[in-house]
Each structure stands twice: as C-alpha cells, then as structure tokens.
Design a protein. Structure first.
Length: 157
C-alpha cells in the first residue's frame, strides 16, 4: 500500500496535464477522425470526464458498502454517450471538479476501506487500490491516445 500516496498525487495532476495538452492542440484537430475505428481527441478527452462520474461513484460505494458489486462500464456496449456533441470545455471542468472530489475522498480512506473487496465480473480481484491504479492507467491511456492522434504523421497512422 506504500504506492497509494504516489497514485493519488498522480491522479490529482491528470486534469491539469489533460487541460494543458488540449490547449496546445490546434482546434481543427480536436474533432478530426484520423482513424475510422478510433475516437477523436475530443471524444477521448470527454470520455475521461464521463468516466470520472462512474469512478467517483465507485469510490463512494466502497465507503457505503463493505462488499460492493459493480457492473462493467464499457463505452459502446454498456454505456452509450454522444461524446462528439459534448462541450469540451465543460467536460474538462467537470473532470477537474470530480477528480478533486475523488482524490479528496481517497485521502481520508482508512485501512478498513482500502482493504474492502468488491465483486466485478471483469476482474479476478477488485478493491479501492486496484481501482485507483486502474484509474491512473486509464487516464494515461487516453492522454497517450490524444497525443498520438495529435502528433502522429499521416503516413504512420
């Protein structure tokens, strides 16, 4: 559990990194569909905001329930959102606000909450620490996709 402080710190910084990166990207590229089967920059950024709603709720559920049961969150399958029609600035602000609420909550978890186990059909093991680390990897995955869509030359797509 010694990695929790580092994970929480990184989670706190994700909204700033995302916002800063989006500001650097020319607006003409934000909704450009560079790969037919992949999301745009705009969609990846808005997804981080919409997913944070679910993530925040899951952490709160760990506080409220000793052995929570979660359902998969699979965009396009279990969740249907029109990410392209969302307002990007509002999504970024929502992500920042909800992430602050999430990290403030994590900072006050005690060992009894961190040790709670949940049931999740996708995963063999699931607890608040795994969710926190998973959230961090999810942030980085989508921010990498955004940077890849922004900077990759056409011949390498």
């Amino acid at each position: 559990m010694k990695d929790l402080n580092a994970i929480i710190s990184c989670l706190e910084h994700s909204p700033f990194i995302l916002h800063s990166m989006i500001e650097d990207i020319p607006s003409a590229l934000l909704k450009m569909k560079r790969r037919p089967e992949k999301w745009t920059i705009h969609e990846n950024a808005c997804h981080l905001a919409t997913a944070e709603v679910m993530i925040n709720k899951r952490f709160k559920t760990f506080v409220e329930e000793e052995t929570p049961v979660f359902k998969p969150y699979l965009p396009g399958s279990t969740v249907h959102e029109d990410l392209l029609s969302m307002d990007l600035n509002s999504a970024l602000a929502q992500f920042e606000e909800l992430r602050k609420d999430t990290t403030d909550l994590l900072k006050v978890f005690d060992s009894s909450i961190w040790s709670r186990k949940a049931s999740h059909p996708e995963y063999a093991d699931y607890d608040p620490r795994i969710l926190a680390r998973h959230t961090l990897m999810h942030d980085h995955f989508h921010m990498y996709r955004i940077e890849e869509l922004w900077l990759t030359k056409v011949e390498f797509i």
